[in-house]
Design a protein around this ligand. Structure first.
Ligand code: MG
Length: 384
């Protein structure tokens, strides 16, 4: 039986994870939920799952939830808050698997704490790997903790890698949908509105990741994530635009064989894979082979998607440049959504911040968070 601590329980990955628990009650239970800011959803989840601990973003929100649970006559749930609260969830003695799905570096401290506590991780938070991958993977090796990727591409790669040895891998091919602007004339990019950018052709996701898909910065973060998770150089990671999002990624081996992972575009599948690994439980997620009739793969255009180029450059430098890439993008995307900068201002901001970022390799989470704050400050200064 796996007893789950779900960090980011009210987000889309958190909710999909809970739907897996619902389907497999004999395999999974919920012992801790880190819920963020949505008190209504946190209340509903606490009532349904009766975890031992629930964490909310702030003390005030935790007090609101406490009052609602009292009114409903529900006792026995410990309420915690803030970063400390997420760490309490992540290191709860009763938890023996942690789903890391808090968006952004807010999930970093808890993910690191879970690894140090020896808890296997289902990782949906790519920013953690981008900002602190060197530290997290070293800690995971030291504590013999598996990190199972939930990000669909890395989950696909993880599956493909099971058939070959590390030194037999030639390239990891990450597929990208190419987003909604794959064919838009380049001179129209400056006029792209938040509404247009928020319409993703194949996946339904959160707001930042949807914009990051449109700029392909998301794929850039995934390149860095792949380097860290699978211990390969950036030159061994390639991106291919595959608008159908049917092949979730591929691994090319040195003998010329290429393995692909194909399945329905539904995050429940990678979540189930991560939770159940190394087993494969039967699920009702089926794929119609007829959908393989039209599969396209094309080279990404770095002029159209400068964020992808910036990400490869940051991947080569590592350390603070990867931290700054992620931090500057988050600030720039927020500014774009508030209509303060155009779509093309997103890569411009990131490029400026990267140019101003000194190269360094933080060795502690505190140093990572300090570099993250500095990069955000640089991005804000650049925006004003
Ligand atoms: Mg992905």
């Amino acid at each position: 039986m796996k007893h789950l601590a779900i960090l980011g329980s009210t987000g889309s990955i958190g909710q999909s994870t809970l739907s897996i628990v619902e389907q497999f009650p004999e395999r999974y239970s919920v012992v801790a939920l880190a819920a963020g800011r949505n008190v209504d959803e946190a209340f509903a989840q606490a009532v349904r799952w009766r975890p031992r601990v629930v964490s909310l973003a702030t003390e005030e929100l935790a007090a609101q939830l406490a009052a609602r649970l009292r009114q409903a006559g529900i006792t026995g749930i410990e309420l915690v808050h803030g970063t400390e609260g997420t760490i309490v969830c992540a290191t709860l003695p009763q938890a023996n698997f942690v789903v890391s799905a808090i968006v952004g570096v807010a999930g970093l401290a808890a993910t690191h704490a879970a690894i140090l506590a020896g808890k296997p991780i289902g990782l949906a938070n790519k920013e953690c790997m981008v900002a602190a991958g060197e530290i997290l993977t070293a800690a995971a090796r030291q504590h013999n903790v598996p990190i199972l990727p939930i990000d669909s591409e890395h989950n696909a790669v993880h599956q493909c890698l099971r058939v070959g040895a590390h030194n037999e891998v030639k390239f990891i091919w990450l597929t990208a949908s190419g987003g909604p602007f794959r064919q838009l004339p380049l001179d129209q990019f400056v006029g792209i509105t938040p509404e247009q950018a928020l319409k993703h052709p194949t996946w339904v996701m959160g707001r930042r990741i949807t914009i990051d898909s449109a700029t392909m910065l998301n794929k850039g973060l995934e390149v860095i994530e792949a380097c860290r998770l699978f211990d390969v150089a950036p030159s061994q990671v390639r991106v291919t635009i595959h608008p159908q999002s049917t092949v979730h990624s591929l691994v090319e081996f040195v003998d010329g064989s290429i393995l692909a992972q194909i399945s329905v575009t539904d995050m429940r599948l990678p979540i189930l894979y991560a939770l159940a690994h190394p087993e494969r439980p039967a699920s009702n997620l089926t794929f119609d082979l007829a959908a393989l009739k039209h599969l396209e793969f094309e080279q990404p255009d770095f002029d159209r998607f400068p964020c992808l180029r910036l990400a490869f450059e940051a991947a080569e430098k590592g350390g603070t440049h990867c931290i700054a890439l992620n931090a500057a993008d988050e600030i720039a995307v927020a500014a774009f959504l508030e209509r303060r900068i155009p779509f093309t201002g997103i890569p411009r901001t990131i490029e400026k911040v990267l140019a101003a970022t000194p190269e360094a390799h933080p060795t502690t989470i505190a140093e990572v968070l300090a570099a993250d704050r500095e990069a955000r400050e640089r991005a804000r200064v650049h925006l004003t």
